[in-house]
Design a protein around this ligand. Structure first.
Ligand code: MGP
Length: 266
């Protein structure tokens, strides 16, 4: 059964004009659109703040969205203590849902101190222990709170857009025909009493001189983050009181809390 009067294999005439008239994108009708633009992959937003710590009830910045349970993976079991206070907010897979979410959550500049947004690919939890993160690392920049209160909201928005638009990893943009796995697993915004921090988590981290290709790919992500996303000059030095350069550290080195850490700086 075709659900209409046509025979199998029969060629149907399509009224293109009538079809075009029924298509309402978010651009023509921001509230009643009926066509969505899919992302390359679904993403999940997670959140924690002092208010979510030690509480079973979800205390997200957007309480009207339902909570969904954390996937039961070996990484999730290992990270149980760390994940206890981190609340899963929502999963989305279209441009429209992203904007719907964006317009309903608190901007970084207005978040309480010691809060974090974690935007990760669906199926990856925001923990070192997840299989996708355990051999990886992160690019991050620390920005003094007072000087960056006005800029941080845009910086975080552009970071999220680069993540969901898959513009960070140069290999994804350059390879035709193939679809290599993106090195990006998630992005994080952290508020602390004296600074903001934005981080990009990667699946792998270069470990030695043999890793030239990976190192190049990781460095290209850092440069894209610094120049195209955050808007700094390539050669600009950023470190200062409470400010860091755009720098890369493997999660293994982060766990060692800086001891013998090998940072890459762009
Ligand atoms: P943080 O919040 O990433 O760093 O990690 P920050 O902002 O320098 O420290 P804060 O004290 O101001 O929040 C803080 C601590 O949380 C780390 O030292 C770890 O003990 C723990 N931690 C952080 N992460 C990302 C993880 C993780 O992925 N897994 C586990 N098990 N612990 C983590």
């Amino acid at each position: 059964m075709n659900g209409d009067d046509s025979e199998p294999g029969e060629i149907q005439e399509v009224d293109m004009q009538a079809q075009a008239e029924t298509i309402r994108t978010v651009f023509s009708d921001p509230t009643n659109f009926n066509v969505k633009h899919p992302l390359y992959s679904p993403w999940t937003l997670w959140f924690d703040s002092p208010a979510t710590k030690g509480r079973n009830l979800p205390q997200t910045p957007m309480t009207s969205f339902p909570q969904t349970p954390i996937p039961a993976t070996p990484g999730a079991a290992a990270a149980q203590g760390w994940m206890e206070d981190i609340k899963r907010v929502i999963t989305f897979d279209s441009v429209e849902e992203f904007w719907g979410l964006y317009h309903n959550i608190v901007q970084p500049s207005l978040l309480p101190q010691k809060a974090n947004y974690y935007l990760f690919k669906e199926g990856i939890i925001p923990a070192w222990e997840d299989d996708a993160n355990k051999l990886g690392g992160k690019w991050s920049i620390q920005l003094p709170r007072d000087k960056n209160r006005a800029a941080v909201d845009k910086m975080w928005l552009y970071t999220m857009l680069a993540a969901i638009g898959e513009t960070f990893d140069p290999l994804l943009a350059s390879e035709e025909g193939e679809s290599p796995t993106s090195l990006i697993t998630g992005v994080i915004l952290s508020t602390r009493p004296q600074f903001f921090r934005i981080s990009i988590w990667t699946r792998s981290a270069p470990s030695g001189a043999d890793d030239d290709k990976l190192r190049e790919r990781i460095e290209a992500i850092g440069k894209h983050f610094k120049v195209s996303v955050l808007g700094y000059q390539d050669s600009q030095r950023l470190a200062g009181a409470l400010a860091t350069e755009v720098e890369f550290l493997s999660h293994k080195d982060s766990e060692k809390k800086g001891k013998q850490a090998k940072k890459i700086i762009v």
